[in-house]
Design a protein around this ligand. Sequence first.
Ligand code: FAD
Length: 391
Amino acid sequence: MKVDCLIVGAGPAGSMMAKEMASLGYDTMVVEKRQEIGAPKRCAEGITKHGLDKFGIKLHPLCISGRIGGAMLYSPSGKRVTMEGKEMEGYVLERKIFEKWLASEAIKKGANYMIKSHAIAMKRHNGMWRVEIQTVEGKKSMEARLVIGADGVESKVGKWAGLKTVNKITDYHSGIQFEMANVNAEENYIHLFFGRDVAPLGYAWIFPKAFSSNVGLGILEKGAKMKAYDYLIKFIKEHDEFFKNAQPIEINGGGVPVAHFTEMVADGVMLVGDAAQLVNPIHGGGIARALHSSIMAAEIADKAFKRNDFSKEMLKEYERKWDEEYGEKTEKLMKLRNFLEKLEDKDFELLADILQGEDIFALTQAKLSFMVRKVITHPGLLKLAKKYLMD
Ligand code: FAD
């Protein structure tokens, strides 16, 4: 079987790519190893409104399980800083529906899907890629001029194409999460908790949904004294004010690649979303970037089809475009992450005393000039910056 474009993975990146390619008129096939698109979720399901509006995505109302008007940040001792404003507005998705909806949008444009179909190998054959797929009907092989690796954090497509796709273990957050019923957290806000004993080198969260909440945390193993799961249990036990009468109704988890690697293309291959490790290195959010990477990749793929040139050099334009849009910001955020990783609990307390919600928003957006002005005018911050940034 031959297709123009074979997409491995039907997460947000894969289905957005499928929608774009099918809209452009290409024969597009998506293979998804799971029996059900969207389940199990490995996500706290938060996304900013801006992250969707930017690409003109109008969600089906059933994809939305909660609304976000702001964030409440908690220091290790429980001091709270509230962030509000237009930029903070967003949604807590119902990903099991969101991913099915995205797939159905792609199918309406003409994309084909094979579920419970696991890509297990891929090799070059007459200038095309031949992909071996384990399906419910047995093994099949499929040839494509262009293969899209939308296969998430555990991506194999990049590896099969000879790309260096694994970062240091320290660049992956371990994420673990319960969906819980009857959590007593203020709706309309996401709640983020910091501290070495809460979630070392990461943070814990509560994202309220329609009738439940995602309660989870991400940690870096290098700062941890126990497993992520044990930190989560401890977090829940220590916060009766939120969880006294709550019970888990789902458990899920996964790795979050918080450092981007540079190679996103090979001959006839493009990586999108988590497969290219494109998440925001500060908060680990990856849905919006996954969607955007596919929109960008499809634009370059279209050029490649029109020129009948699927060489790495041709496809590199996608990588350059990505770096133009996100390179500098990601680099700044990586530096900021390195800084935040060095902070001790007493430093978080100091930040909670000094910073306002808008300062923290500026930080997460890598608006460093704004922060520099803040640092210069505050002796406590200046001391902190000297301690951690000047070594
Ligand atoms: P994925 O969603 O991982 O999709 C990859 C798909 O490929 C999967 O369906 C998989 O089954 C399929 N696949 C893999 N290999 C094969 C194969 N060989 N053959 C066929 N199919 C294959 N991001 C946010 O924006 N907001 C959040 O609140 C948030 N919370 C998170 C919480 C946790 C605990 C974790 C782990 C991540 C979180 N993220 C969050 C990150 C977000 O989930 C990812 O960035 C996003 O899912 C990336 O989309 P994707 O399509 O690239 O990859």
